[in-house]
Design a protein around this ligand. Sequence first.
Ligand SMILES: [Zn+2]
Length: 471
Amino acid sequence: MKIYNTLTRKKEEFVPLEEGKVKMYVCGPTVYDYIHIGNARPYVVFDTIRRYMEYKGYEVNYVQNFTDVDDKIINRANKENTTMQVISDRYIQEALTAAKGLNVKIATHHPRVTEEMPGILDMIKVLVDKGFAYEVEGSVYFDTRADDTYGKLSKKNIDELQAGASERVDVDNNKKNPMDFILWKPAKTNEPKWESLWGEGRPGWHIECSVMAKKYLGETIDIHAGGEDLVFPHHENEVAQSESANGVPFAKYWMHNGFINVDNKKMSKSLGNFFTLRDIVKEFPYEVIRFFILNGQYRMPINFSRELIQAAQNGLERIKNGLSNIKYTIENTTINEMSELEKALLPNLSKYKMDFEATMEDDFNTADAITAIYELVKFANINVNENSSKEFAQAVKGELEKLTEILGLLQQEDEVIADDATEIEALIEQRQNAKKNKDFALADKIRDDLKDRGIVLEDTRQGVRWSHKGN
Ligand SMILES: [Zn+2]
């Protein structure tokens, strides 16, 4: 299995630190707004890579954080006259709903920054004690000049960076060097704050990922992933913090997904071409969005347009029709056992799986993996018909389902059936809490989401009862 490693700018053979195991950290969203199509890409891409590794027999420990303390969240809370917690709870819920819709497997751990303060304070202290960080008036900065490997991930030259940064007008005079970045910032009035050795305050953005990766995966991890916009400064700063604090390499492989453009232009709020997932799913099913994302190799930029997503929908229909034809044969054929002719076709059938695996082994080229699936569907359309045996049709079905499952496709129906009571009750409890916190927007949203899934709620004296519509 070959992975393109941003650290070396080369495709490298994947060799895990520990046999049979993969320790993988993917930077998660800052929860202050709805998920947009650009956020959806890393969700889908790294989930697919995880699924492929699991298919290959690896046990994957997959960690994705939620950044639930940040200026953007605080600003939103102030605007809505509520607390940071209400805002972050709302958008964590939103992110989880989107992930579920996109058929992204739940992470092994989904840590939240606000619950990881002891680890954050510990690591900052280690950095200060080792001389990699310094405090000025309640702010703690990482000293980029103390780390002679700074810039190695983004391949940026620190002298040029320093020169560039010092020209900026908003330069912070407390810093020793313009490139130094904040680890701990002092509390402003009316902001959430925590006690620390340097006074009350809150952590900077970068330190959280170094701390959570260490806590849930260890000092050295196999794969660290995220969008390519995170390479600098976020991931560069993470490497600097982790390696300076722990004294060992941080991540063996760094993976970054490309951007999504909209109608060939960079997606931005100012251009007004900013698509949230909740808007897109009014027109296209989640599954089509997942399929659309996987139609491009993950490192390449992909273009989002109505025509292209429509084309993805048609492509997915082709695969679905192929599968339902096979199912029809299985249900209706009177022939049970495979004929000699059918047996002779089996090697062709396994060729599609081999093609699929070969493309996935080469830095997870899902675009070509989908081509292998189309070829398999073509084979099925030709060779599975009213004259086929049940045994043969089942073999073809098995192959097709195996490959689509690795890509997380064609599982929506099963998902709905698999909806279990525990999850629904957890949502009801969350709704009760939201009501208690007077966050009626969230409470209504949870009720509406459940209603969309055919689940109705009824307030009774014994508490909330739920049932499937029509039951
Ligand atoms: Zn991160």
